[in-house]
Design a protein around this ligand. Sequence first.
Ligand SMILES: [Fe+2]
Length: 144
Amino acid sequence: MNAVAAELNTLLADYQVHYQKLRNYHWNVRGPLFFGLHVKFEELYTTAALRVDALAERVLALGGAPLSTLAGQLARARLVEDEGRPDAQGMVANTLADLEALNASLRAASAHAAGAGDDTTVNLLQPFIDEQEQTAWMLRAFLG
Ligand SMILES: [Fe+2]
């Protein structure tokens, strides 16, 4: 498979783990911050699901095969699932760490795509980076 497509598949796998962690947090957040965070986590997992789809379809456009099973995605992902029960602040801190890791991975993938002359992939990834930079700032502000 095209090296850019392979890297996009790894990103896809990371976003699937990110998505499921956000669903976990949406369901299990407790305490006085519930109402705000329940909604915020839903907003973030909805965005993550759209990114999984966009990445899969770019892999296909590049002639590759998107990682389409949970087992395959978990085996490939660099992000790790949350087996614990963090409190609300911990959920936000973990989400921030995942977004920062995703942005580092997106920047690396974008640089490799640029090196391969794949401007379409560069253009696909840049809005993800831009939006996640803003979200990361907000989550840092939340954490104080
Ligand atoms: Fe819900």
